[in-house]
Design a protein around this ligand. Structure first.
Ligand code: SF4
Ligand code: SF4
Length: 474
């Protein structure tokens, strides 16, 4: 057993309001530069939709990630030898139009225009060429299901579903999917780089690009199945989400998590057995990858794990944070959070709590819980295609547990009685469900973000750090 500790994030899709607040500080701090205009290290996609870049989930087109060939794990687009022989020709690279051509407006024209009969107007111009352009696509083009009937059929998650049914107004459904680099355990971007410029930090698992070593071959861009490495046309180097490591090292969470208005994000430590990564990533069937991934995560309360961690140099503050980790609870202990497209076999470390959808008024009927999940507006099959390679059982368990928690809490608060039957049906006890409720509904900064550094004791600094304006307690 080779113990490693890594930062991970969980996003509760049940609470994302699609406000894009998370994307803005990330953009302002990390990619507000020439050459990076089109980059969104964090973006929020509206589902159903084809996303950013277009159809990123369809690996028939993009050929990112890993595939099993003859029982062995291979980069879908070919290994290093193949890349070496074709280094000047990468047919799998997304073109700029798949993201969008970044544009701006000449606002000075509005401000400095002389008095005239009609209000002055401004035309968009390309930030790449400077020429006037017609805006035809953008990173949030599909927000609020805009153009669903045109782009919806291109959404890979409709596999095994009748798309036309969900194009009808009465059946339509919608939720948001915020996305960032997954800081994978088996990162295809790192394996794809001919220069060895991408690396995974040994101490905390954050995946970074060494700007000195990058030669701009862009195989990381096509190799990443989540399309979360970008090419900076100005510097000629690759760039990606850095999990706000300068903030993380200072004991503050990532900008996207800290600014999240819906308070849907959780950041903490996961322990895993690095010796079994290859085995998990090469699980025989796509739907076996999620359980195999779960299986290599280690219990920080296990005395064997604690002993091994001490001898293998895992820092005591990392272990202490792992024992209080909200992501460990949501992922490993409660099975509420699930990985995004585990079939890409990169073993992602940003996981998602699937969203319940509108029939919550009927949650009162315990006998109908299973059926209820099927009556929810978002089809379970769609969520399973998104989160568990089509295996519906883990999605059903997570949704039933969330629904049971709501019903239990509602019975307790409204009717002042304790209904444990509903919990028994989903394998939860009262102590656990109270913890889940606390974390998902009320969790303050110190519960949602458990970072392995000394706590911020200076109250003035804490208040200044934000908490979305909700004050110190949140
Ligand atoms: S999601 Fe991040 S770590 Fe994973 S392959 Fe893509 S760029 Fe690399
Ligand atoms: S800030 Fe939070 S709630 Fe708003 S879009 Fe981002 S993840 Fe969703």
């Amino acid at each position: 057993m080779k113990i490693k500790a890594q930062y991970a994030m969980v996003l509760n899709l049940d609470k994302c309001i699609g406000c894009h607040t998370c994307s803005i500080p990330c953009k302002n701090v990390w990619t507000n530069r020439q050459g990076a205009e089109y980059m969104w290290f964090n973006n929020v996609e509206c589902k159903p939709g084809i996303g950013y870049p277009k159809k990123w989930e369809n690996q028939q087109i993009h050929r990112g990630g890993w595939t099993l060939k003859g029982g062995r794990l291979r980069l879908t687009a070919g290994g290093q030898v193949h890349k070496g022989l074709n280094i000047f020709h990468n047919p799998d690279l997304p073109v700029i139009d798949a993201y969008y051509e970044p544009w701006d407006y000449d606002y000075g024209h509005l401000i400095n225009s002389p008095q005239r009969k009609h209000q002055p107007a401004i035309r968009p111009h390309s930030q790449l060429t400077g020429e006037h352009m017609a805006v035809k696509w953008g990173p949030n083009w599909e927000d609020d299901l805009a153009g669903l009937t045109e782009t919806g059929p291109g959404d890979a998650n409709f596999k095994n579903l009748d798309i036309q049914t969900y194009m009808q107004f009465r059946n339509v459904f919608m939720f948001w999917l915020p996305r960032l680099c997954e800081h994978c355990l088996n990162p295809a971007c790192v394996a794809s780089c001919p220069s060895g410029a991408l690396y995974k930090r040994d101490e905390d698992g954050i995946v970074l690009v060494d700007q000195e070593r990058c030669r701009g071959w862009r195989y990381c861009v096509s190799g990443c199945p989540y399309k979360k490495v970008y090419f900076n046309w100005k510097t000629g180097r690759a760039e990606k989400c850095i999990f706000c490591y300068p903030r993380i090292e200072a004991g503050t969470t990532t900008l996207c998590a800290h600014s999240c208005v819906g308070r849907i994000r959780y950041v903490g430590i996961l322990l895993y057995d690095a010796d079994r990564i290859a085995q998990a990533a090469a699980a025989p069937r796509d739907r076996d990858v999620y359980p195999a991934h779960l299986d290599i995560l280690l219990d920080p309360e296990d005395p064997d794990v604690q002993r091994a961690a001490a001898t293998q140099g895992i820092a005591p503050n990392m272990m202490a944070a792992a024992r209080r980790s909200p992501v460990d609870m949501l992922i490993r202990q409660w099975h509420l959070a699930l990985p995004l497209h585990p079939e890409f076999r990169t073993l992602p470390m940003v996981w998602y709590v699937p969203p319940l959808s509108p029939i919550s008024s009927q949650v009162d009927d315990p006998a109908a819980t299973g059926e209820l999940i099927d009556r929810m507006r978002i089809p379970v099959t769609y969520l399973a295609n998104l989160l568990t390679a089509g295996d519906e059982a883990p999605v059903r368990l997570a949704l039933r547990r969330l629904a049971a928690m709501r019903q239990y809490m509602r019975t307790q608060r409204v009717e002042q009685r304790t209904d444990t039957q509903v919990l028994d049906a989903v394998g939860l006890d009262t102590a656990t469900v109270e913890k889940i409720y606390r974390l998902l509904a009320l969790g303050g900064l110190a519960e949602r973000f458990v970072l392995p550094t000394a706590p911020v004791l200076d109250k003035t600094l804490h208040a200044r750090q934000g908490g979305c304006g909700f004050g110190d307690a949140l």
